[in-house]
Design a protein around this ligand. Structure first.
Ligand code: UD1
Length: 417
């Protein structure tokens, strides 16, 4: 993407359906047999297409019409996830719980590491074992099976992992009896999954204290649910507006989902108003105040907004710090931002960001999805031309980002390689 920066963004942008909510709720289809799951507000993204391809490989019939996707599930499913798809997207591991619960077996190549740090699935496997699965890992492939049904029981997650919570909730849906999982992730995407499980007939109760209670059922029925708005995409456009000193209304979002981000923006002196399902950002004559940020599981500051926040704070007046407590090594974007004139040093899990007055356009590389987003918003604010390479990462999570930015007045262009 070629960006000629320095233009304050202006106008209205609508939030897409959430990638991280759509992926697990699509996997709910694997709990069905001879039934249909209909999902609305599904974004058009590379990762969503990878999940569709994976579900098709497993035997599900998928029909997409604009943002509605219908999953028509046959009486029997295949249980082997192909390595080529699992390697493309770590969230492929979300098929583990539902397939095992529905078909009694599953094989899944281990997803391996990625550029934001090591991402094991030990918590997913531990929970499934506790529910009665036998698990064997051979030549990098997880083979799991269960004699009869998985058994509902009380589980405790050592860390509130989003993926492990989702996999175990889906596994518990067809288990014998009741499952209670403690210390679960409480991201809004978990509520969306709970609603989708309920719509296919599974009694799910989320408890305020970080637990969930699920009554296993014999057979899931057809259902329809809507994917929630993408809070990370919404925050990216909010920060793009702040960074370019623009006047932008970001619509179709749930403001309470982005409270942590809005609290930091308020602290930094950014000017904005919050409405029922929109946030409006206003230009300001003053540079941002520096702030201290620490990423944490929801409702803490989201790790997925960390790189974009770092880009924004690189223009603050003074020294900000961002501590990353969810993933290690999620700072690869810092050296790219520094090529644009930012002053960021990394000390273990902390990024120390010394605010500079201006960024300059440069050739940079998107090392992962959110790093790519950070570089794009930095490019929008920088003087001169920025070229972001490896846009493939960005298409995993941002629908039509070039068109949305152009509609806000940005000068961006896609270059075919
Ligand atoms: C999901 C999101 C991702 C987001 C992350 C944290 C999707 C598709 N992806 O990823 O965008 O950045 O939540 O909000 O929803 N861990 C273990 N063992 C496990 C599982 C996780 O040690 O079995 C560790 C991970 O290495 C990581 C931390 O727990 O350090 C958080 O991971 P997790 O919450 O599981 O993230 P994902 O579900 O992979």
């Amino acid at each position: 993407m070629k960006i000629t920066g320095g233009i304050p963004l202006k106008g209205t942008v609508k939030t897409q359906g959430a990638k991280n909510a759509a992926l697990p709720v699509m996997a709910v289809a694997l709990l069905l047999r001879g039934q249909k799951l209909t999902l609305d507000n599904v974004p058009d993204l590379y990762d969503i297409n990878t999940m569709i391809e994976l579900l098709e490989t497993l035997g599900v019939n998928v029909k997409r019409e604009n943002s509605q996707v219908v999953f028509d599930v046959p009486g029997e499913l295949r249980w082997e996830a192909p390595e080529s798809l699992v390697r493309k997207m770590r969230a492929s591991s979300l098929v583990l719980g539902p397939l095992l619960a529905n078909m009694g077996k599953v094989s899944l190549p281990l997803p391996g590491g990625c550029s934001i740090g090591s991402r094991p699935i030990d918590l997913h496997l531990k929970g499934l074992k506790q529910m009665g699965a036998e698990i064997d890992i051979q030549n990098g492939v997880v083979h799991a099976h269960v004699n009869g049904k998985l058994r509902g029981r009380r589980l405790y997650l050592d860390f509130p992992s989003v993926g492990a919570t989702e996999n175990l909730m889906m596994a518990a849906s067809l288990a014998e009896g009741e499952t209670i999982i403690e210390n679960i992730a409480r991201e809004p995407e978990i509520d969306n999954l709970a609603a989708t499980l309920r719509c296919v007939g599974v009694p799910v109760e989320l408890e305020g204290t970080g637990g969930v209670r699920i009554q296993g059922i014999d057979r899931a029925k057809s259902g329809r649910e809507r994917v929630i708005p993408d809070r990370i995409e919404a925050c990216t456009y909010i920060l793009a507006a702040v960074m370019t000193n623009g006047h932008v209304r970001v619509e179709d979002l749930v403001p309470t989902h982005i409270d942590a981000m809005l609290a930091k923006l308020e602290e930094s002196g950014a000017k904005f108003t919050v409405r029922k399902s929109a946030v409006e950002i206003f230009p300001s004559k003053r540079r941002l105040h520096p702030v201290t940020v620490k990423t944490m599981p929801y409702p803490g500051f989201p790790t997925d907004s960390q790189p974009q926040m770092a880009a924004t704070l690189s223009l603050a007046r003074g020294v900000s710090t961002i501590e990353e407590s969810v993933f290690q090594a999620r700072f690869l974007y810092a050296q790219e931002l520094n090529r644009m004139g930012a002053d960021i040093t990394i000390s273990r899990d902390v990024a120390i960001i010394r605010g500079v007055e201006k960024l300059q356009g440069a050739g940079v590389r998107a090392t992962d999805l959110r790093a790519g987003a950070a570089l794009i918003i930095a490019g929008l604010a920088a003087e001169g031309e920025t070229r972001v390479d490896d846009m493939i990462h960005v298409w995993r999570g941002y629908e039509a980002i070039d068109q949305k930015l152009r509609a806000l007045g940005a000068n961006v262009e896609l270059i075919k390689q």
